[in-house]
Design a protein around this ligand. Sequence first.
Ligand code: NZQ
Ligand code: ZN
Length: 389
Amino acid sequence: MNNFIFENDTKVYFGKGCVKEYLSSVLSHYGKTVMLAYGGGAIKKNGIYDEIVEALTAAEKTVVEFAGIMANPTYAKVLEGAARVREKGVDFILGVGGGSVMDCCKAVSLAARYEGDIWNDFWERAGIVDLEPLPLGFVVTVTGTGSECNGGAVITNEERKIKTGRDYPACNAKFAMLDPVYTMTVPLRQTVSGGFDILSHIMETYFSEPNEDNVSDNISEALMKSVIHNLREVIKNPKDYTARSNLMWAATMAENRIIKLGKRCDFQCHQMEHQLGAYTDCNHGEGLAVLHPVYYRHIYKDGLPKFIRFAENVWNIPREGMSDEELAKSGVESLAMFIAEIGLPTTLTELGITDEALLGKVADSCNIAPGSYKKMTAEEIRQILKESI
Ligand code: NZQ
Ligand code: ZN
């Protein structure tokens, strides 16, 4: 194992009924005025909003609403939230939703306490958080990003056409409540897309150095198998609590920093998808699903031992006379077949993206991840995007 320091400040409440049981009493530890932040209104249709308001009322909070956080949250929305916090004297932010709501809330918590331009000083480049962001807590309603247990916030600057994430541990939520029942109303398309995001986070961590035996890779293999199995189960029966709860915890496990300990991590696919999102506003998990197999066909020869492990341990492929390269490649093709099996898009065309000139801009503005098995160039990224059409 490589050296590491581990800390995670978020307290997790997990399971059926946890919000009803704990939210009101947990909120009593924080200030009077709570900003209730949420997305486009799904929580109003499925009853979650009412349960949250009940808990806020029981805790005798003054509630300030901050609604309409869009998928792929924008910097403009972050500034709107920060202005609301200042205007209303908000003491605590309660984000209810998925990655988009949680990420926006984290950025707001920083922006509300910072005098300068947070985009320039914290997202355009990595900054040093020498202030205490406004405290926040989350109720998760859709599974995927794992944003509930890290300081990461992915924000889109529409003017500059950049979608980028930074992970500031100071922005970790004080608590995260995960009731899998809350995810039962998530449409299957988003459930599958979020499920693939989990798998992507694990693969982006697993396919990186070190390659020698290590606990992180062993946990990652178990998690990947669990996500693959439970995605199949939830497609068969979207009301399957066991599958929903396993996926929900796997999402957190993938992004609560544990499997990243001692790992270099890659996240080149995420860099590509984020820029694709900046130009097209495509769905995060769906963009990743298209890009992953294409990217892995480009890099598997440079990470052969790990890709062989992936084929054997995750997809249970017997060697049966195959060469190392053939075996490694068969793991990548199993992944591609799984993506098609669960109904995710396999080409950018299916996402309505066919403009090669636009993909050139995506490639040119895409960060090169230092942890990839293969040294990437803008030219190769352009090629990967072209092959993804
Ligand atoms: O907006 P509403 O009406 O709430 O509907 C949402 C939204 O349309 C809906 N939804 C949420 N809970 C629901 C529900 N529908 C029915 N029943 C419920 N209980 O789900 C849709 C998607 O929500 P969103 O939050 O956008 O999805 P997700 O959780 O996938 O988040 C995506 C964002 O997170 C970023 C992505 O780039 C993207 O911007 N990421 C954040 C990461 C992090 N902070 O660690 C890591 C990821 O790699 C990712 O980049
Ligand atoms: Zn992701």
